[in-house]
Design a protein around this ligand. Structure first.
Ligand code: ADP
Length: 473
């Protein structure tokens, strides 16, 4: 079975959020199951430094009434033989960021991702691909293009929705950029606007999203697209994302000050001490350290954190945040943490190294998302012995089970109501257990560390879905 996986982010070449981790790990896991899979993404600025590239092919792609040249370079996913095709058109992709600078998207986003989708179809045709697996709105145009007769008719499509909140919405007048006849445009119209994700939802052969709970939730509250999702509920499947334990493993993680495992937790205490030192927090093992690593977006529950921040601090915790995004949140964390530098600190930057270090050093990981399609950091936290405190929504509800002191079951703490009080309640229960019963806390950590959230099971599920469409393997 020949599959081309297309995404706007693939780690380590380009990463903004969880999509990048999935787009690197899932193809790798599929290849291990014998699927002939390749990956395609834009050739962004700086990719040369991260991959060995060889020229592969070149063709032209019509966008906005002009032929745009696409040069294809080939590399590999690190330490695998999975081919990665970098689709290059410098005016679109040789830029400082993936999606945009200063908060918003680049103004020519529609053209950029029309180019990417059309180039992916052309490449897939050239490679004799049987199934195109596309991701989020940026490539949701692919099944629409195939339906319109671009590329071989028998080519099948899977569209994975990683986050329904981003739909690729543009003024209807901009549709001319697509260069599609009117009859093929109808599926792209929603609420008087052009909506790329809607087009993909209506035309892909199969739809997936990244957790079973989110798959159910979006049929009820689907950001305005629930009607179309319900119409296609028969081909919508929730498959939980996995973790790439070659990248996220405290036993081998090269970013840490000290490695550790469930059998020997000494290294975890060392990471906490070093992080406290480096960030000038009070160096102590008695105070629970709460970590957050996140895009600073409303989705992630920051309104709760802002409202409850003083009360969180009054619980007697330490707090470290790593994140960038909404300037409103950046400003808040800069300001409030500077007032109590020994207790709280904010790293307003994007840093792979600090992400790993915080996972290792923190005692508690806070993820109070308003909604969460899957979420990866709670899974990384489990492996790093960092007890997750989450809101029970989407993938968080599927992976974190509230600790029950009477039965000793559970792997973290969760709350349901989207209120600061509910979040504080869960955090307080975590902090109290940490203080009161270190043995129970340790057992909770170790139980999480022993869980297996690797890609194997989910990749097998994707393979079964592919087989439903294409047959054979
Ligand atoms: P989302 O995709 O919605 O951003 P996920 O939890 O699925 O959320 O994935 C987020 C990924 O991005 C994780 O791998 C996380 O470590 C990473 N990440 C988010 N913000 C930062 C940051 N400031 N620095 C480094 N990594 C970050």
């Amino acid at each position: 079975m020949r599959v081309l996986f297309v995404a706007t982010e693939v780690a380590p070449f380009a990463k903004v959020g969880g999509l990048a981790d999935v787009a690197a790990a899932l193809p790798r896991a599929l290849a291990e199951l014998g699927v002939e899979v390749a990956v395609a993404l834009p050739k962004y600025r700086g990719v040369e430094g991260k991959a060995e590239l060889t020229p592969h092919s070149r063709f032209s792609v019509p966008v906005a009434g002009e032929e745009k040249e696409c040069q294809v370079f080939q590399g590999n996913l690190p330490q695998t033989s999975v081919p990665v095709y970098f689709l290059s058109h410098d005016p679109y992709f040789d830029r400082a960021q993936v999606y945009g600078e200063g908060g918003g998207d680049y103004p020519d986003s529609l053209e950029r991702f029309t180019f990417l989708s059309r180039a992916a179809v052309a490449l897939a045709t050239q490679l004799g691909i049987e199934l195109l697996h596309v991701n989020d709105w940026h490539t949701a145009l692919v099944p629409v293009l195939l339906r319109a007769g671009e590329g071989p008719r028998r080519m099948k499509t899977v569209l994975t929705i990683h986050n329904l909140a981003y739909q690729g919405v543009f003024p209807w007048e901009q549709r001319t950029a697509l260069g599609l006849p009117d009859r093929d445009m109808a599926v792209l119209k929603h609420a008087g606007k052009l909506n790329l994700l809607k087009g993909g939802i209506l035309t892909a052969d199969l739809l997936t999203t990244v957790s079973p709970t989110y798959a159910r939730e979006i049929l009820e509250r689907g950001e305005g697209l629930e009607g179309y999702l319900r119409a296609r509920a028969g081909v919508l499947v929730g498959v939980l994302n996995g973790v790439d334990y070659t990248v996220w493993n405290p036993e081998t993680d090269p970013h840490l000050w000290a490695n550790y495992s469930a059998q020997d937790l000494a290294g975890k205490a060392e990471n906490k001490r070093r992080l406290q030192q480096e960030l000038r927090l009070e160096v102590t093992s008695d105070v629970p350290l709460v970590g957050m690593i996140s895009r600073l977006a409303e989705q992630k529950g920051f309104d709760l954190v802002l409202e409850a921040f003083d009360r969180m601090m009054a619980l007697g915790i330490q707090f470290v945040l790593l994140g960038t995004g909404d300037p409103r949140y950046e400003e808040f964390f800069r300001r409030t943490t500077s007032r109590r530098p020994q207790q709280a600190t904010a790293l307003i930057t994007f840093s792979e190294q600090w992400a790993h270090r915080i996972e290792a050093a923190a005692d508690i990981f806070l993820m109070p998302s308003r909604f969460e399609p899957c979420g990866l950091n709670q899974l990384y936290s489990l492996r790093y012995g960092t007890v997750p405190v989450v809101r029970a929504t989407g993938g968080l509800a599927d992976t974190v089970l509230d600790f029950d002191p009477t039965t000793g079951k559970g792997n973290g703490f969760s709350f349901t109501d989207y209120t600061p009080e509910a979040m504080l309640g869960a955090l307080r229960r975590a902090v109290e257990l940490y203080r009161r019963d270190r043995r129970a806390w340790r057992e909770l950590m170790i139980r999480g560390m022993r869980e297996d959230h690797s890609w194997g099971a989910s990749a097998r599920e994707y393979l079964r879905l592919y087989q439903r469409l294409v047959g054979g393997s």
